[in-house]
Design a protein around this ligand. Structure first.
Ligand code: PLP
Length: 455
């Protein structure tokens, strides 16, 4: 049963979210006709706002300084290789025509899946075969299916929770669960690895709190992204091993969202090993490699879970888009996909992160405001914290938007918390990977605006 759907009348005032009514052959029809699930999925959400901002800035609002969204940057070397692969496919007999004119099986392209299982087994010694892999239409679709397979209402009416061992977490999960009240999150500990005066902090998993929740609740899955979107945190190998043991001992599936992480695309600046075990569900994606348009998610999971995902794909969408799998197949077969992170993506994004950090220090210190930033260990984001901010970060986001700077307010990333926490209203996510001029100007405007608010 789906409960607690926010009334549609309370949604954002933006015209695209005013969904109370739609026209049907000239008649007005109330949206009350949507099921509870329909209302949940059409309600205003952070991810909808974010993707709408992103899509507009990339099409009809180019004057916006785009520091929101998770779009990968245009990485010239990747773009060159992708174009070359497309050319090859067009030249290779009927490869291109067969790709576009045939459905793949719901699990994904058999050759791609076999090649990936071989690569992961050979490279990391994981005991997996094609039966452990399922392709989805993007990792976003995969998490929707997984969270609802493992969390929510079960036989006998009992609700199994999905536990996020470290909040803040990826905005994209927030509205995916159909059963209200399924998510539960644990607050992290905050460390200052270089001393408070350096203004760099790092979230660490609070294991006491995680263990208490696991003891108290019926937990159906534990989930984290690594690197974490929004913070750029990379949970250490030690933290991952401890979470893995904690869940394995209790037969709880552990979902590791590696959309930015290892084995690929590996947009990580901290040293960390990929992790898989028989109870682990590893989520990967081709998006951050530079292929978000192909919508290719990859799941490496226990056999029944991979099979379950394939069944859901068949029912929801028949099959997956196959372009991404065909484009990257030779890179999976020869293992070169594992080198793109260290050799191309890491240097590219790390340089951008450094530059943006310098601008942040220059402008924020210059404005005389209190600020801090999460240590940047991967992904495309800087996570800014303004201790004691006098307005909410949602209000800050609105003020910045009026000045043509798009960011993502921190509140959206703190779902599942059972108590309020001032920190959740004091943070802002900025994507540092876009046009350098826009990032520089955007950071300058953020500093100015926060200085006005705090004065
Ligand atoms: N997981 C995380 C942490 C993400 O940041 C994203 C997208 O930004 C996704 C999953 C979904 O990626 P996609 O659906 O493009 O594969």
């Amino acid at each position: 049963m789906i409960t607690s759907v926010t009334p549609l009348a309370m949604k954002s005032k933006r015209p695209e979210f005013r969904l109370q009514q739609f026209r049907n052959k000239g008649n007005r029809m109330n949206v009350d006709k949507f099921s509870l699930m329909g209302q949940k999925l059409t309600a205003h959400s952070g991810i909808m706002e974010l993707m709408d901002d992103l899509g507009r800035a990339l099409t009809i609002e180019p004057h916006m300084r785009m520091l929101a969204g998770g779009n990968p940057a245009a990485v010239p070397e990747m773009q060159r290789m992708i174009r070359q692969r497309m050319d090859e496919m067009l030249q290779q007999g009927d490869v291109f025509d067969r790709m576009l004119s045939n459905y793949d099986p719901p699990r994904g392209n058999p050759r791609f899946i076999q090649a990936l299982a071989d690569l992961l087994r050979k490279q990391y010694g994981w005991d997996i075969g094609p039966e452990n892999i399922a392709i989805t239409n993007g990792a976003q679709s995969a998490s929707f299916v997984l969270l609802n397979l493992l969390g929510g209402r079960f036989e006998g009416g009992k609700c199994r929770r999905v536990l996020f061992p470290q909040t803040p977490e990826y905005i994209g999960y927030c509205d995916q669960i159909l059963e209200a009240g399924t998510f539960i999150a644990s607050r992290p500990e905050i460390e200052w690895p270089f001393g408070r005066e350096k203004r760099i902090f790092k979230y660490r998993v609070d294991f006491d709190s995680v263990e208490q929740i696991i003891e108290r609740e019926d937990v159906g899955a534990l989930t984290f992204s690594r690197p974490t979107n929004p913070t750029g945190n990379v949970l250490t190998d030690d933290e991952v091993q401890r979470l893995s043991k904690l869940t394995a001992d209790r037969d709880i599936p552990l979902i590791i969202d590696s959309a930015y992480g290892c084995p690929f695309p590996n947009v990580m600046f901290a040293e960390a090993e990929p992790h898989w075990a028989p109870h682990v569900i590893l989520m990967m994606s081709l998006s951050k490699l530079g292929l978000p348009g192909t919508r290719t998610g990859i799941i490496v999971a226990p056999e029944p879970i991979a099979a379950g995902i394939s069944s859901c794909t068949a029912i929801i969408g028949l099959a997956n888009g196959n372009l991404g799998q065909q484009l990257t197949l030779p890179w999976i077969e020869d293992g070169s996909i594992l080198k793109f992170g260290p050799e191309i993506l890491r240097p590219f994004y790390e340089a951008k992160s450094h530059l943006a950090s310098q601008w942040t220090s220059e402008f924020f210190n210059g404005a005389g405001i209190d600020w801090a930033m999460h240590v940047s260990e991967g992904a495309f984001f800087h996570w800014l914290w303004f201790p004691g901010l006098r307005i909410t970060s949602k209000e800050l986001y609105q003020r910045l938007k009026k000045r043509n700077v798009l960011t993502v307010p921190g509140e959206y990333f703190f779902y599942g918390l059972e108590e309020d926490w001032p920190h959740r209203h004091e943070c802002l996510r900025v994507n540092y990977s876009g046009d350098p001029e826009a990032v520089r100007e955007g950071l300058k405007i953020i500093a100015e605006e926060v200085a006005i608010i705090q004065s």
